[in-house]
Design a protein around this ligand. Sequence first.
Ligand code: SAM
Length: 418
Amino acid sequence: MEPSPTAHSLLLAATDHNLPALRSLLKSQTPNVQDPTTLRTPLHLAIAAFESSPPPPNNTTNGNGDGIKVDELSLPPLEKAERTLQLLLQNGAIWNSLDTNNETPGCIAHRLGLNSLYEIMVDAGVRAELLFGRLDGYMALGDDDDDEEEEEEEEEDVEVEGEEAPELVSEDKKEEETALDKAAEEAIPVTSDAYLSSKLEIDDDKILDEDKNGVMMSWESHIMSLTVQHLTPAKRILNIGYGMGIIDNHFQSTTPAPTSHHIIEAHPQILEKLSTSEISKRPGVVIHSGRWQEVLPKLINSNSEADGEELLFDAIYFDTFAEDYSQLKLFFTEYVIALLSPEGKFSFFNGLGADRQISYDVYKKVVDIDLLEAGLETEWVEVPVDSKKMEGDGEWKGVRRKYWDLEKYWLPVTKFIG
Ligand SMILES: C[S@@+](CC[C@H](N)C(=O)[O-])C[C@H]1O[C@@H](n2cnc3c(N)ncnc32)[C@H](O)[C@@H]1O
């Protein structure tokens, strides 16, 4: 089907980075039109315009901010493209729609190495995720009329990085699926309950659930080892999710050995393995059976009732399976705050969105902001991952879905601000 003449003009103006034409077309036209063959939106096209001829680097200053008016049409190509993206986004363009090549606009910018355009798309993703995250929160408050009115007022007030928030109530936006939703849907085909009652396949190099989803794989060992290096020395340790016991073994190998090492695990088969492991016999190891959501409130309760020394941890690690971002956020906003010692460090397996670079980068920024809001500051350590070698070695053979497809892992090391 041919796009309407105005939609066609919009797609063309985006490809040409024709800012005056775009401004005029956007007065009456949504920026979320798609080329019917490629499903590319104006955002895709504004970036893909460089597919056949890369832009020269931006080396001139523009008139923005220095009081000099410039002719937009004579700006350097990359700067025109940057302004095109900003204009489309300000008018409500959806940042993460997919074309027939399974690429978002940001994926194209990443593939072409167009860093400034990629960063614009990442920031757009972060803004959308933050707004959606908050919107979800507001919706959970209840659905009586008063609440709705309050929500609308608050939504209108939201500003991100000094910029007017995009319209939250537009139809386009309501239908927009967030990157985190997408990542979560793809990455978590099972619910936590279904996973915890499923029969696992436990091998030396991996654990798979009933549907062959990778629960834990030995290629993550170097990440676990480095995580321990960054979290220790630590006397008192709390680990959520035993899995293959890789990180717990690393914690136990540190010198001096931890004085107390609590492990929370919920899956019966993993618990059985843990109960007969070497680790379970080590001094100071305490195993808690059950979901952390049920175990931790009791632990905190016993803390407040204890006459003696309060139970705090110098290192906390979180790595579960079949749980979405809301659970990780709940963990650090409620429990890390209560259980981390003032000088302690917290980390988690940072794997959400890891099958698509832009989702991973958006998620990293969102989680960084959420951690800050919870009073925690994060240092991100870059860890190379040889994804190509893993592919060559057949690492993913027998695993239903490759949950990791990136060359770089960002290891979070988080502590209380100040
Ligand atoms: C990815 S593995 C952990 C791997 C571990 N970091 C290692 O080094 O081997 C995830 C573990 O979390 C456990 N788990 C999942 N949901 C949980 C929950 N709500 N509470 C406690 N443990 C949970 C799973 O059974 C699994 O053993």
